[in-house]
Design a protein around this ligand. Structure first.
Ligand code: BMA
Length: 870
């Protein structure tokens, strides 16, 4: 491997050669960066048939473009694309180099991501044999460059055939059950695990240049790494250390000036200048800086995520020869994981204040990663923020995300729980494998550690749990089991924490999630984070979430089908049956459909029509999961966070997600938004009583609030006089029961017996501030939906359209429960959906989509639960 960091320090620091940060935001230095994204061709090895290719991209995308593969998400096309993974693929392009460029002191060929076994040739020289999709490379190429045309050629080995010999000599099949191939080869490669299939994932084992590639011409020196370390933070000052790794590529030492410039919100710039002698090779330079009266970065819901712009420049011979910039936030984040009277706590403390974590688990947004546009990242963060979340977990079966993800997390105040990319199976731990992991850890820790949103590192997803509880002791010989256990220690208790300590010492590391609590073992629930699959796999009712409480819920979930407009993208009307072949090709959990039905039968009248089943399933997922989210919040400070499984999808599929592949919010996303509201009213029935909780995640105490509670029947008649709690105080960062009553006292004035009355009415709870503004409102039903005596009704509606926006006004004389508005536009946004339309209430919903046009009628369906009974 020929790489650019020739100095010793890089090797000492990381034990590998290619740890250079790729954050080439600099454009103010005198280097020249040329993107090499044009003129690419690809070919199936051995065919010599070359076709145009997209870079960044994958071979699947190129084959689809040339109609050599059918649309992979449609019907059962997944089967038809599997041959691609067994082939080798070649990519080539040429680029021109001028005399001026050749005369620069050096040139670096930069690959931000190669997927995965890639031999890189430039003008006949083998520059690199890469074997890790998660690592970027920077290769010094001046000696290989030619004046005029230069040929770049990359040979991608099939990730399947590349690892078959390893499999053959391994002697056993790893228990990677999500790998949808009888031989579980995925574990041998450092490649996104989910691409081999998952219980929500299509199998698409890709190859290609999946992240940008460029060439950089420069003089004298480059900044390989710029780490802005926060040494201390008080109200008065933030002390920072600007830690630079500068590579002087000249054969002699040079006298240079290092400039650190920083500013807040494009305000006045502070400049620190240092004269330094740069020895040939790598130089470590530390320059202290201080920010007075720092403005803190705050998570979503707690204030602004203030960001400071920092840049470091190397000035030599009167010119800025290198520059690197970062946006940083000044904040403290601590993961408090300490023994206490209840077991072991697990919570984020941000800027010294315990924070209840509200969020979800994130999987890659696409099976074809390079097709995720900046706009999709931005929309996703809008979805996260609008749902009142403050944490997202990048789950270990995907990828270390793109820089754009972390930039958006910084800008939106969303803390990131970052897994290393290992999930749900033991992995090898031979020296070659460990070396690859070390390289990957170094590269990604250095790439991500400046982000204020990055809150913690986690070794893997569910591997410790798997080793302990998934039956491997019986399935494998004691020797193999022992090898797996000691492999676990080498990877997750030794190598990865050592790298975090060396390169990112201030961030918390935990070796697995969950690291101890197991959902089948109640005695462990008081310890650390927990994945509670008692609901779903354990078939426990949603109500069990009220009492099966963890200290921090890092996963729990329930599946639903995506809405019909998404189903219509992969299925034809003749496939519209739960168990049709096409639908089953988009349901990767073998028990999924049966579990959805089981739970639906408990709480809903199961409709016969496919479309209605899909709709009621969405409602079921939303209501059930909301029950859990509220239970977790209600039980703070014992439980201090809830991240549901899962936020999004990587293709159109039946899954646990709250947003489908096309960006449509499922009922769950609306329910999460409600359950995560900064101030939230949460009534809960316990036997014959009702307790009303007020949940606050705000940092200020609200005074003189009024809580109004009205019991209303489905026809709109008030059952009793509204109850008012006045002069309420809602303390900061708390959960408190503010009202408790016996149900019979609540409904004492009615003529019907209580048990019957409860099926005819709901409670409307409204919290108002001292000026009468509604802070939160909740509709509460006293019985399961299937028991309620819901009235028939037809919802009337009126739509006013302008370009890009529709204003829909709905009205029903009697209650319409779980109203769902559907429009045939993918990704259309609704100001609200999946809500209860109260008797006589006129409700206006804003629908936004660039495809809405003034004067063009927008086809619309409005559904509610009672309609599905017919
Ligand atoms: C969780 C995740 C995923 C999986 C999900 C649903 O444990 O970590 O592996 O998709 O369960 O089965």
């Amino acid at each position: 491997m020929i790489l650019n960091l020739t100095g010793k320090k890089a090797q000492i620091a990381c034990g590998l050669l290619c740890c250079c940060s790729m954050a080439y935001a600099q454009s103010n230095d005198n280097s020249e960066v040329v993107l090499l994204h044009t003129g690419w061709e690809f070919s199936q090895a051995g065919t010599e048939l070359w076709r145009t290719a997209e870079v960044p991209g994958t071979v699947h995308q190129d084959l689809i473009h040339h109609k050599l593969l059918p649309s992979p998400f449609y019907g059962m096309n997944e089967q038809k694309i599997q041959w691609v993974e067994n082939e080798d693929w070649e990519y080539r392009t040429s680029f021109t180099v001028t005399m001026e460029q050749l005369e620069r002191d050096d040139a670096q060929l930069i690959f931000e991501g190669l997927d995965t076994y890639a031999d890189v040739y430039l003008n006949g020289s083998l520059l690199l044999k890469s074997d890790n999709m998660f690592v970027g490379y920077s290769l010094p190429v001046k000696p290989q460059l030619r004046l005029g045309e230069n040929l770049l050629h990359i040979y991608f080995h099939s990730p399947i055939r590349q690892t078959l010999p390893q499999y053959a000599s391994n002697g056993f099949n790893y228990p990677a059950d999500n790998d949808h191939h009888e031989k579980h080869l995925s574990v041998f490669s450092r490649k996104a695990p989910y691409s081999y299939g998952w219980d929500w994932g299509i199998r698409m084992v890709t190859s290609g240049i999946w992240r940008p590639v460029k060439i950089r011409f420069y003089d004298a020196a480059s900044i390989n790494d710029y780490h802005i370390k926060q040494l201390s933070l008080t109200e008065y000052s933030a002390e920072l250390s600007n830690e630079l790794e500068i590579n002087n590529i000249l054969p002699q030492s040079i006298q240079a000036e290092i400039r650190i410039n920083y500013s807040f919100e494009k305000g006045e710039e502070t400049v620190i200048s240092r004269s330094v002698t740069l020895q040939p090779g790598l130089n470590s330079i530390h320059i202290p800086s201080e920010v007075l009266s720092p403005v803190r970065w705050m998570p979503n819901g707690w204030g602004k995520p203030a960001l400071y712009d920092f840049s470091a420049q190397v000035v030599f011979d009167g010119k800025v020869v290198a520059e690197q910039s970062h946006r940083i936030g000044l904040r403290t984040v601590r993961l408090v994981n300490e023994k206490d009277a209840d077991g072991e706590s697990f919570y984020f403390e941000v800027n010294g204040i315990p924070m209840f974590a509200k969020g979800a688990n994130y999987i890659p947004q696409d099976a074809l990663l390079p097709s995720v546009t900046t706009e999709r990242y931005q929309t996703l963060f809008r979805d996260i923020k609008e749902a009142n979340m403050n944490v997202v977990r990048i789950w270990g079966g995907g990828t270390y995300e793109d820089d754009r993800f972390y930039d958006l997390a910084d800008e939106n105040g969303i803390l990131v729980w970052q897994d290393f990319m290992f999930a749900c199976t033991p992995y090898p731990s031979d020296p070659t494998f460990l070396k690859r992991v070390e390289e990957e850890a170094c590269y990604n820790i250095r790439r991500l550690r400046n982000h204020p949103s990055l809150a913690m590192w986690c070794g893997n997803n569910e591997i410790l749990e798997a080793l302990k509880y998934w039956g491997y002791q019986k399935k494998y010989t004691p020797e193999i089991y022992q090898e797996m256990m000691s492999g676990y220690d080498k990877l997750f208790r030794e190598l990865l924490p050592a790298k975090v300590k060396e390169l990112d010492a201030d961030r918390f590391y935990i070796h697995s999630s969950p690291y101890l609590a197991n959902w089948g073992r109640p005695e462990s629930w008081g310890i650390g984070d927990s994945h509670n699959w008692g609901v779903w796999y354990g078939q426990k009712p949603f109500e069990s979430l009220d009492t099966d409480l963890p200290r921090f819920m890092s996963e729990f979930g329930f599946q639903s089908f995506p809405e019909m407009k998404t189903i219509a993208t992969f299925a034809a009307p003749e496939d519209y049956q739960i168990e049709s072949e096409v639908m089953n090709a988009h349901q990767k959990s073998s028990i999924g459909n049966a579990l959805i039905r089981t739970y639906m039968e408990r709480d809903y009248i199961v409709p016969e029509k496919f479309e209605d089943f899909v709709y009621v399933g969405l409602v079921l997922q939303g209501q059930g999961m909301r029950h859990g989210l509220e239970a977790h919040r209600r039980n703070r400070p014992y439980c201090m966070g809830t991240l549901y499984w899962q936020l999004n999808d990587s293709w159109p599929v039946v899954s646990w997600s709250s947003i489908d592949y096309y960006g449509n919010w499922k009922a769950l996303h609306y329910q999460a938004k409600r359950a995560f509201a900064p101030i939230h009213i949460n009534p809960i029935q316990r036997n014959d009583s009702l307790c009303v909780y007020l949940l606050s995640d705000r940092l200020d105490t609200l005074e003189k609030m009024t809580l109004e509670m009205k019991v209303i029947d489905f026809e709109g008649k008030k059952i009793s006089k509204p109850m008012l709690l006045r002069s309420l105080s809602v303390p900061a960062n708390t959960s408190q029961c503010v009202y408790r009553t016996k149900l019979d006292a609540l409904l004492s004035s009615t003529k019907r017996p209580l048990s019957e009355e409860l099926l005819h009415c709901f409670m409307l709870l409204t919290l108002k501030d001292k000026s009468g503004h509604v802070v939160d409102e909740t509709v509460y039903f006293f019985a399961k939906t299937k028991e309620l005596l819901l009235p028939e009704t037809i919802i009337s509606y009126k739509m006013n359209q302008t370009d890009g926006e529709g204003e829909l006004t709905l009205l029903s004389p009697v209650l319409a429960k779980d109203v769902f508005i559907e429009v045939p536009l993918q990704g259309a946004r609704f100001s609200d959906n999946f809500f209860d339309l109260l008797p006589g209430e006129r409700k206006t919903i804003l629908i936004t989509s660039p495809q809405i046009k003034k004067g063009e009628e927008l086809p619309l369906t409005v559904k509610h639960i009672r309609e599905t009974y017919n």
